[in-house]
Design a protein around this ligand. Structure first.
Ligand SMILES: O=P(O)(O)O[C@H]1O[C@H](CO)[C@@H](O)[C@H]1O
Ligand SMILES: Nc1nc2[nH]cnc2c(=O)[nH]1
Length: 329
């Protein structure tokens, strides 16, 4: 090929790339649901809105699962933001999710707590459900503690057990639905984040240690969580399929938050409260009910608060000094 043809090809390619980039720039603000993605600057403005109104600078974020809002109620020196008062925030629509961001302290350690999370089945795309995690990141949070209520699929699990999540199966991701959809924002993290170390091993061990101190080791298990989109609970056949795939507990949340947190370099620990045993045979006439999920959560509330308090102290004592991973916007 002559030098001239090569030059012409280069010019044409550059023009095509420029056009493609323009297009991508245009669509980068449009989601599959034809709504705006949150830009980095918008998330920054939400973080600033919050930081301008509080005195503490939390490094630990907590998400309260269904019926576990008392974790937030037990914080001291609270500053509460109902979601509807925060610019660009979605609102909570699920019973057992109060819908407030609560800043406060556990054992004197500053915390940013979501008293109520967002679920896909509420009609929000996953990137919107997970947006508060990015707000946490820009507020300065380095460690995320996510809790949820889940159905126990492992036959050894009982109602009231706590399952430390060691891994997940992102069923919604299999179908192409992911909180990281859209043009990647490099200031948060890489386009293709690995997920094999999403649930921090050291913190998982620390939770076992905390459970031992609290004399509750017999109810603390470890396992794989899987997310379905909801809002219906699973069929018998679906549950049997999930069990064959190695799932120990099933729910409708958390995975989008964990992916988003891990993507932006946060250290993650998560646990499920087993609020019901999954119905895996046709002769069992019991049915999953949200009211029972909430009752089981209320019953375990004091133990969960004690466990959370121990985990927070552990993170404070052992992890926050390690600042090399901390991201600066
Ligand atoms: O995962 P969290 O928010 O704890 O809630 C769980 O409980 C609800 C069903 O009872 C679903 O939303 C499920 O995901
Ligand atoms: N998907 C799902 N979510 C839950 N949340 C609490 N229990 C359950 C359950 O059995 N299935």
């Amino acid at each position: 090929m002559s030098i001239n043809i090569l030059k012409e090809n280069n010019v044409r390619n550059n023009r095509l790339n420029a056009n493609a980039l323009k297009k991508v720039k245009h669509i980068s603000h449009i989601s599959h649901n034809n709504e705006n993605f949150y830009t980095y600057e918008l998330i920054q403005s939400i973080a600033k809105f919050l930081l301008d109104r509080i005195n503490i600078r939390p490094k630990i974020g907590i998400i309260c699962g269904s019926g576990m809002g008392t974790i937030a109620d037990s914080l001291t020196d609270r500053h509460i933001f109902p979601y509807e008062t925060i610019p660009h925030f979605p609102v909570s629509t699920v019973p057992g999710h109060e819908g407030r961001l609560v800043f406060g302290c556990v054992n004197g350690i500053p915390i940013m707590c979501m008293q109520g999370r967002f679920h896909y089945y509420e009609g929000y795309p996953l990137w919107k459900c997970a947006m508060p995690i990015r707000v946490m990141k820009l507020v300065g949070v380095t460690h995320l503690l996510a809790t949820n209520a889940a159905g126990g699929l492992n036959p050894d699990f009982e109602v009231g057990d706590i399952m430390i999540i060691k891994d997940h199966i992102n069923l919604m991701g299999f179908a192409g639905n992911n909180p990281l959809l859209g043009v990647n924002e490099d200031r948060f993290g890489p386009r293709f984040p690995p997920m094999n170390k999403a649930y921090n091993k050291k913190l998982r061990e620390a939770v076992h240690g905390a459970a031992k101190d609290l004399n509750m080791s017999s109810i603390v298990k470890e396992g794989v969580y899987s997310v379905i989109g909801g809002p219906n609970f699973e069929t018998v056949a679906e549950l049997n399929m999930l069990r064959i795939c190695g799932v120990d507990a099933v729910g409708m949340s958390t995975v989008h938050e964990v992916i988003t947190a891990h993507h932006c370099g946060m250290t993650v620990i998560a646990f499920s409260l087993i609020t019901n045993k999954c119905v895996t045979n046709y002769d069992d006439h019991s049915e999953a009910k949200h009211s029972e999920v909430m009752e089981a959560a209320a019953e375990r509330a004091p133990l969960i608060r004690s466990l959370v308090s121990k985990i927070v102290s552990y993170i404070d004592e052992n992890h926050l000094i390690c600042t090399d991973e901390i991201f600066s916007p």
